[in-house]
Design a protein around this ligand. Structure first.
Ligand code: AQP
Length: 341
C-alpha cells in the first residue's frame, strides 16, 4: 500500500431530472448545497444527474426540459456558477467510463442489498432496467471521479454513499493503492427525509403518483396553501415535546418541514406551537413555505425563459468538471492496466 494521500476538501452531489423539483429535494439537498458553497471550506461540485434519470423511462422532451429546470432550481436557490461547478452528468463522459470500471469492482451481493432498487423495481424486478440495478456503481463514479471527500444527501441516499466507500476500499485494496478517498455522507438538519403529505410513512418524491402528495418548487401560493390544508394529519394538537410526536409520522413531518424552512430545530418549533391545533399550524406553515419558495420559483421561471443561458452555464461547468475528472480517470486506467489513455 502506498503512502496515505491527502485529498482536497471537495463536495459533490447531484439531483436527477426525473420530474420537477420537490420540497424534499430543496430541504434535503439544494438548501444544504448552498450552505456548503457559502461556507467556503470545500470546493463544491453540483450535478444534474441525467444518466440516472433514464434508469426508468423518460420522455425525451420532458427529460430535456427537466434537466434545465433542475439547473434553474439550483441557480435560483443560490448555487453560483462562479463559486461552484454546475453541470449535467452526460456532458462528461468520464462518469460512464469510470462507472464501467466500478461495475467490475462492485459485487453482485452488494448490489442485491440496495433497498432503493427493491423499492423502485417493486415486485416486478425482472422487468426493471439493468441500469436501475447498476446505478449505484455509476453514482460511486460520479463521486469518486472528483475524489470528493463529502457528499451531502438526504437519508434515502445514505446506503449508496456507503456503497461508494466499499467500492473505493475494494479498488484501493485490489490494486494496492490509496487512490480513492473514503467519502463521507453528510446527512444533517431537521428535514433529511421529507415525507409524502398524504402518507407520512412514504418519502416525498418527484415521481410520486399524486401531485397532492408533494410540494413542487414551482407551485404557486394558492397551491401550496391548498396542499398543506389537505395534508393528512391526526386529530391531536401539537404536543409539548418531540418525544410526544413518536408514532405521529404526519405531524412530525410537518414540524420537520417548518423547522427546515425556518432554519430552526424541531424543538424550537414545538416550543413555539405547543398545544396549537392544525387550524393554526397549517396556515403558518403554508405562509412560511410561500415566503421561502416564492422568490425561488419566480427566479426559476425567469431563468427557464432563457434556456440558452442555462445551457451555457452547464457547458461551462462541464468544461471545469472535465479538468478535474480527466487526470483522475487517466490515472485509474493506468492503475487498472488499460492501454492508451
Ligand atoms: N423527500 C426527501 N427528503 C429529503 N431529501 C430528499 N431527496 C430526495 N427526496 C427527498 C434528496 O434529494 C437529492 C436528489 O435526489 P434525486 O432526485 O437524485 O433522487 P431521489 O432521492 O430518488 O429523489 P426523488 O424525488 O424520490 O426522485 P424519483 O421520484 O424520481 O425517484 C438526494 O440527496 C436525495 O437524498
Amino acid at each position: 500500500m502506498s503512502e496515505e494521500p491527502s485529498f482536497t476538501p471537495r463536495v459533490f452531489s447531484g439531483i436527477k431530472p426525473s420530474g420537477g423539483l420537490t420540497l424534499g429535494n430543496y430541504l434535503g439537498a439544494i438548501k444544504r448545497f448552498v450552505d456548503w458553497q457559502e461556507a467556503g471550506t470545500h470546493e463544491t461540485i453540483y450535478c444534474v444527474v441525467d444518466l440516472h434519470a433514464i434508469t426508468v423511462w423518460q420522455d425525451p422532451a420532458v427529460l430535456h426540459s427537466a434537466t434545465r429546470e433542475v439547473a434553474a432550481g439550483y441557480l435560483a436557490s443560490g448555487i453560483d456558477p462562479t463559486k461552484s461547478i454546475l453541470f449535467n452528468q452526460s456532458q462528461v463522459s468520464a462518469h460512464t467510463e469510470l462507472g464501467w470500471i466500478f461495475s467490475c469492482v462492485a459485487r453482485m451481493g452488494w448490489m442485491n442489498r440496495m433497498t432503493q432498487f427493491k423499492d423502485k423495481a417493486g415486485e416486478n424486478a425482472e422487468k426493471a432496467s439493468l441500469g436501475l440495478y447498476a446505478y449505484p456503481a455509476l453514482m460511486a463514479s460520479d463521486i469518486l471521479l472528483y475524489h470528493a471527500t463529502h457528499v451531502p444527501v438526504g437519508e434515502d441516499q445514505k446506503q449508496h454513499v456507503e456503497l461508494t466507500r466499499d467500492i473505493a476500499q475494494k479498488f484501493n485494496h485490489d490494486f494496492k493503492v490509496a487512490f480513492f478517498p473514503e467519502t463521507e455522507p453528510v446527512i444533517e438538519g431537521p428535514a433529511t427525509r421529507v415525507m409524502n403529505l398524504r402518507d407520512g410513512t412514504k418519502k416525498m418524491s418527484k415521481s410520486g403518483e399524486s401531485d397532492m402528495e408533494r410540494i413542487n418548487m414551482t407551485d404557486d401560493a394558492d397551491t401550496i396553501a391548498k396542499k398543506f390544508k389537505k395534508a393528512k394529519t391526526d386529530p391531536e394538537p401539537l404536543p409539548e415535546s418531540m418525544e410526544d410526536l413518536a408514532g405521529r409520522p404526519e405531524a412530525k413531518n410537518l414540524v420537520d418541514i417548518y423547522a427546515g424552512l425556518s432554519g430552526r430545530t424541531d424543538e424550537e418549533v414545538i416550543a413555539e406551537y405547543a398545544g396549537a391545533g392544525w387550524g393554526r399550524f397549517k396556515p403558518a406553515l403554508a405562509d412560511l413555505a410561500v415566503e421561502k419558495l416564492g422568490p425561488i420559483s419566480t427566479e426559476m421561471k425567469r431563468l427557464m425563459a432563457d434556456p440558452a443561458e442555462i445551457d451555457r452555464i452547464l457547458a461551462h461547468g462541464a468544461d471545469q468538471a472535465r479538468e478535474i475528472a480527466e487526470p483522475i480517470l487517466s490515472e485509474t486506467f493506468r492503475i487498472v492496466g488499460l492501454v492508451g489513455r
